[in-house]
Design a protein around this ligand. Sequence first.
Ligand SMILES: Cc1cc2nc3c(=O)[nH]c(=O)nc-3n(C[C@H](O)[C@H](O)[C@H](O)COP(=O)(O)OP(=O)(O)OC[C@H]3O[C@@H](n4cnc5c(N)ncnc54)[C@H](O)[C@@H]3O)c2cc1C
Length: 406
Amino acid sequence: MDFTDTPAEAAFRAEARAWLASHAPAHELPAGIKIPDTEEADRGRAWMRELFDGGWAGLTFPKALGGRGLSGIEAVIFAEEESRYHLPKGPFTSIGTGMALPVIAKHGTDEQRARFIEATLKGDVTWCQLFSEPAAGSDLAALRTKAVRADDGSGDWIVNGQKVWSSWAHLTDWGILVVRTDPTVPKHKGLTFFVVDMKTPGIETRPIRQISGMSEFNETFLTDVRIPDANRIGAEGEGWACCMTVLMGERLGSGAHRSGVEPLVDYAAATPDGRGATMLDDRSIRLQLAEALADERGLNHFQARLRTMVSKGENPGALAGMVKLGYAGRQQRVLGLGMELRGLDALAADPADTFTPDLQYDYIYSTVMRIAGGADEVLRNQIAERVLGMPGEVRMDKDVPFEQLK
Ligand SMILES: Cc1cc2nc3c(=O)[nH]c(=O)nc-3n(C[C@H](O)[C@H](O)[C@H](O)COP(=O)(O)OP(=O)(O)OC[C@H]3O[C@@H](n4cnc5c(N)ncnc54)[C@H](O)[C@@H]3O)c2cc1C
């Protein structure tokens, strides 16, 4: 197998690299400093606008919808080049491009596509994901937030319930929302999908304060929230299919090709070991770095293959979970290795050190990726059942009307 770029891909990479070199540095986040979330959000919007104006937004979306109509492999190449810079590319921007737009493009109406896709690619509209609930995370289809038709003949929906862990919901413009519209059918069948303007009366976001001092997530309460039927995505009762499209985008987007290992190799090569050689001359360190690099490269190629499948209209199904599962575990191991290489400095960094604070933060944060977007155990179940064809988990509630579940 040949993993090198074709001549056309190499030309695309060179074009992307040159454009990024002249536009990305001005948008880079300061190393080692966690800026306020409002500032990060503003910077995220500005970088999206720059990408759009430069013709680098929505690479795989059709040109008619504001994208460039390119293939998955070009999107991967751009992501690889972009990840050389420390840009505001967190969930604030990726929920829109990686989750809301795929579901609107696939299940929405022409009017919805025209309304949201270009505006999101430009950074004018940002998104949060209103899926998880206090009693519905891994078992998302158990969600209880409900919507009923308004009794005034308008066709509008009235939504009541609570979501949780809604990343950036306090700062974003719109939410993708899944709710129960029919409790008389089994749990996966009675769900309907909406987009909701986060300024609609009745939506209250309460930021959850994290141990890091940041507040990226929220509890989101919905009380008599009125949503026009024009904001329904897909048919009534077909919300689960929309959720699957969103989760596919979330899982395939994991990792975004930022190399965690290469900076460690550079660091080990540049750091004296106190005995006249460098850290990289230590056989054990070299072995761990080599294994981590091989692991990373393999996963990146696998991710590129699946993204190419999606851009050709194919469905990787549960294979997408392997990207997320592989990335989350790898990220934690690599950052742990980075902390070991830094030794005592990893615990108490010199104030002038701009490398270690990011490493510390990323190391601690890496645990959450084992849960966000589908916990490891749940992804393993799906891979076992749908990829390896192993016997399914016992699911007593699968065919029982939701309202009869205890
Ligand atoms: C950083 C982060 C950001 C997030 N952002 C969002 C967001 O923007 N929007 C949103 O809607 N949600 C968001 N979430 C929520 C996320 O989707 C859920 O946390 C996740 O789906 C797990 O659900 P839970 O927390 O309810 O855990 P549970 O479902 O209660 O799981 C608890 C434990 O039980 C295990 N478990 C559960 N079921 C099984 C099973 N069948 N077999 C084996 N083990 C099982 C799980 O693996 C896990 O270890 C975010 C979470 C994190 C960590």
